[in-house]
Design a protein around this ligand. Structure first.
Ligand code: PNS
Length: 162
């Protein structure tokens, strides 16, 4: 049976840190589904469709990676996709408490789904979508933090902000 993992997140927008986790996860699992949460309570910079499109472009050379979006509980989506694993990246100790809570609740909801944590590459340990947006908003360079196409998309979003 093929091993399928879901890598969930907001991806608003995808960063080089996310891409590092997805690329490494795709070496371990037969298929990785990157799933963008359609979170209506948050005010994202990019629409779900834009986030999905950016993810599709930056993962186009990874044949066993699929991009999708989901609503509702992650565990329901994982089961719908017949996946057996959730992949999460851990940047620092500060991520640990929240991620442990999420992994524990997801295990309580379905003990057959395992959460796998991967340590983010050290060079991206400080990186987050929020930090990238903050920098891009003030027109400072983000070339080392996100793929080129995301840098371009950020420039377009913030072109009217001074
Ligand atoms: O990139 P993010 O914003 O840190 O990703 C968070 C995400 C999408 C992984 C998390 O919010 C999530 O799984 N949301 C779906 C709702 C859910 O299943 N919550 C956990 C049980 S209460």
């Amino acid at each position: 049976m093929a091993s399928i993992a879901v890598c969930p997140g907001s991806f608003d927008p995808v960063t080089l840190g996310h891409l590092d986790i997805v690329t490494r996860g795709a070496k371990v699992f037969d298929k990785v589904i990157v799933a963008v949460l359609n979170n209506r309570s948050k005010q994202p910079l990019f629409t779900v469709e834009e986030r999905v499109q950016l993810l599709k472009e930056v993962t186009k050379d990874l044949p066993n990676v699929e991009i999708d979006s989901f609503d509702g509980l992650l565990i329901d989506y994982v089961k719908e996709k017949e996946a057996s694993a959730i992949i999460k990246g851990l940047r620092a100790v500060s991520d640990f408490e929240y991620e442990m809570q999420m992994a524990s609740i997801n295990r309580k909801l379905d003990e057959n789904v395992e959460t796998f944590f991967m340590m983010t590459n050290n060079k991206y340990s400080y990186l987050s979508s929020s930090i990238v947006k903050e920098i891009a908003k003030y027109h400072a360079p983000v070339a080392d933090l996100v793929p080129n196409i995301v840098e371009k998309a950020l420039k377009e979003k913030y072109s009217s902000v001074t």
